[in-house]
Write a protein that binds this ligand. Sequence first.
Ligand SMILES: Cc1ncc(COP(=O)(O)O)c(C=O)c1O
Length: 374
Amino acid sequence: MERPIQASILTENLKNNLNFVRSLANDSKIWSVIKANAYGHGIREVYAGLKETDGFALLDIKDACLLREIGWAGPVLLLEGIFAKDELNECYEKNIDIVIHHSQQMSWLSQWLNAMTFDQQTVVSQKICIWLKLNSGMNRLGLNSQEYLLCFKKLRDYRLKVNHLTHFANADEIGLEPSVESQMNVFAKVIEDLSGDVSTANSAAVLWHHNTHFDWVRPGIMLYGASPTGISEDIQIFGLKPAMNLSSKIISVQDLNEGDRVGYGGQYTATSKIRVGIVACGYADGYPRVVSNGTQVWVSNSNSPSLGFYVKTIGRVSMDMITVDITNHKTIGVGSDVELWGEHVPVDTVAKCANTVGYELLCAIAPRVKRVVV
Ligand SMILES: Cc1ncc(COP(=O)(O)O)c(C=O)c1O
């Protein structure tokens, strides 16, 4: 038997979350964001759950090609555009839309188009659509307003379809600068006289800033049932459900006496007789090493597997194992099923104990963890 850890990708939950986006942004199309290997879930693995989307947005051209291989014929958008001029050939062959966020990308595109005949340019204009990205205040990627207007004019001269995009820095938190409102004002001023579709909303804006939905929304984390704020309750109230269940089993049990220590560094000392379950999951699987004692884990009841108990981690997370206190649960033993995060333990709850957010834990699932679509 192989090591029991696995990430189950929950197709029905992905569908539920996508439907929820649709219900909130019912006048908009949806770019489902599947960068970082679909936030760690696997592009192939999420496809069945997300294929009712209007388009997929991602970073790597090889992932865009993978989508085509899987059979997706609809829109695909490279959120950071091209990283080198020669990628344009592939974008053209595979009908992939690109973001232009920097003038260097515009130069590559111009050089590429200038090497073509007028008729070839016409064919390109029917196959590739450009999304100009404005830096409206986040100061990461994006053209400034002068560059933006210049690029727009050039692209229109090539008869390309041009759309408009910006990204919010703080849609998940009120009171931080730049605010959604200030970024929206900057963006609106630049694009007010320009034709083309508009896209601004990430998950937080889909949920909490309905005036930002426009023609296309770009949800990522909410599709996977985790929260943009890192607070699980913020999304549970909307009925969003986890798309990944990270599960494993108890592979050993230790009975300890008062004063015995657990694991590397002896970080936990038993204050009475305790039973400790050893779970086949460690930091080499993507479980965060920094979590504190007391992080929630759910273990099923061997006598009645649909029922279970919340138990807590004790001692240091090691490469391949964690240790949990099962003293009060006699029905838990070797072979008991364990959920590290998923339907009983929100990934955001574990992330909080590691001083981070669910995004990071999901994306960090290690390649050695088998993903299974259910
Ligand atoms: C440009 C862009 N749009 C949309 C998203 C989706 O964001 P979220 O996962 O917060 O919904 C991201 C992710 O960082 C992004 O970079």
